[in-house]
Write a protein of this length. Sequence first.
Lengths: 651, 162
Amino acid sequence: MFGGMKMDEKRIEENLNRLKELIPVNHQLKESLKKRFKRNRWKKIGVAIIAAAAILLMVFSFGIKNLQDNLITKVNAEELKIINQISFISLGNINAGKIAEYNGTIYIPLYDKGIYKYDNKGFKKIIDKTSGEVGISLDGTKLVFTTRTSDGKNAIYIKDLKTGKETKIIESKDRDTYYSDPGFSPDGNKVIYTEQIIVPRETHGFEVKESNINAIDLKSLKVTKLADGSCGSFVKTEDAIVFERDNKIIYKNLKDGSEKIIDEGKNPSVSPNGYYIAYEKYEPQKEKVEDMNVTVSMNNIWIADAASFTTKKQVTLNVPKRIPPEVLKEKIQNYVTSSLYTYYWPVWSSDSKSIFVLKNLNEDIRGNTMQLMKIELSREELTPEEVVKKFLQAIIVRDEDFARVLMKNPPTIMTVSSPHPVAYEILGSGTEDGKPYVDASLTYGYIMNGYCSVNKSRYYLSPDSNGYIIDSIKDLGTVEFIEKNGTFYKIENNVETKLFDSGEIPKEILPDNLNAHSTALTYSPKTNTIFFTMQTNDRSQSRIISYDISHRAFKLIDSLENTIIPDIKVDSSGKYLAVLAYNDTSQQSNTYVYNLKTGEREDLRSRFEDTKIEEISPQFWQQDKLIFQISLKEGFLYYVYDPYKGQVLIP
Amino acid sequence: MPESFIEFYEKNFDDVYRYVYFKVGNKWDADDIVSETFQKAFEKYNTVKSNSKAWIFSIARNTVTDYYRMRKNLVSEELIMEHFYPDVFEDKLEREVELDCLKKSLYSLSKEEIEIVNLKYFANMTHREISQLIEKTEEAVKAQAYRIIQKLKNLVIKCLEG
């Protein structure tokens, strides 16, 4: 019967193994996915190997119109409001040094790699010499940077950005003399820097024998000592410097030599207009957690008035690191910990309106995550609408710490999981019992799925020192859109309505013989239109299609071959559609933006010069501007695309 | 030196893929679910203490559930269950009477029993790994797996005898 073979348990097991072999494994997918993880490998490998190459770079800001002039009139530091503070998390190990910025171009020293320029054309190395600190002249024409010479001495160079010429202005007499914090004087004729003599101790560690703040005249190359201390900067319009000594921020009048302590802190940076000083501050914060005395060494960035010393303001909101449960169990009396983030090396933007800060996540994960954060300051308070906008942006980009700042009683854990938020829209605002509220929608989506949901919520706000703060959030309902086996549905209040079958799509858009399924779906509340893709099961053809629900009208937006479309995103006006497209043949990702009226397609990859892009993907629409990300060997960079002006900008 | 993610991926991909494919019954959903599973694993790889096989399979199981849960409002529970363990072998076994009988027998098992078969035979998991995943003791899994094989044997014999 069956070959005389006895049907026993063993035979069942053997046959189960034969069945197993009949289950196919998609080896193509296996290889392409692997490539993706390999490419991103630097994100995950220990610092030692990759630190040199890895950089952070998640600068972010969301510009607000009508604020251009708000810092022209000088106000006290404490009157400045934080209008934005955004960075990105979990994006890699970096080892960036002290940066410099001029008019939207950021210069970033990457240890062991050189100095890079990050602007709207891409990310490009402009200086081969390794450096940890760079500064820029007030007119943006010259960089000054520290470097090591081939024989192990230290030097300071100037690079003329117009001619490209690099000139050494000083070299140390020996290897124990170090230079740091180079910066130009406001007139550009002098460079201020710290000179330290650091010698190894007999047993271990190092000792700073001497720390001087010097200025070098660029014409005569004559060096003058200005003070004992470190991290000095000139103050525009004053004959004065600000520097650090013994964990104090000091203002020194160079005319009479008098000194005044501004605050306790480190690494001061004076704004180019000479009004403000930004600095790091470390304060012990004591609290009681379940009978345990917890001391948190809390680090934040503060700003103070440069000349009048009248006021100070804290501009970051750090939180303590989580106390491990095993520590709580042990019933220890005193516990010392640090803050969750370390903010350091504040640097002002050339317009004196923002501070760039390096931000390090102090969690015990392999390869700590470092980012570059931009804090925007303004005299004007955020309106309730602006607060909700910032909050939703922070949720979308998963910037938990800024989202917390905007909430009165932030939850301990703010998790964002699948489906993840991809877009938001402000729907309206008003007052209820005298309390201001803002209605907004948040759109959620899954990558590689025909699904999208739009959740409406009402955000209640109350006044606070920064403008407004979110008190509570009320759910106003959710609408879902879903494709299942070629049929599209809308679900609202648990009632599902069939929208259409893929068979109803006109043949000129989707021919009969194409057996296809949807890989991405999104909805525009403004135009009551869904946007979706249909991809043939062999992945050879993809169509991007819109369906106007009110008019029951289909429209073909584009037809692509051998292309997988995992993600589409529509802007809040419903006029532009951003598409992530993976070409199966070239294994390359592209980000396209379609003008839905004219059908024109913009390929954002083509906007970059001399930048080796590994991946490019749309992140979200900030109203009518697309925030997208490019990833490079060195890290991730964020960009903004304005479809109305056709411009790519850095955030 | 801890195992790198790529090594972990290489070691587990085929098993995860077969497990998911057998569960959902088509390549397209399997591709998407497996991609998402490893993406999630990749993101969390450094934060988990032990990157075990049970761990990746718990992600895979949750991803499958999530994948269908979002369609839940749309289709009945029964219809969802149909998505789990549809016949993946279809016409491939017509000439192989014995395997065809095994297949039919397999699909007549309860969902929980098929899950055990899938994890043990198609995903190559040990009793211990399965026990970590489904929160039973190792002994209970072992006993249940044995009973399933007994049951399959009887079903196959019946089937072959026509």
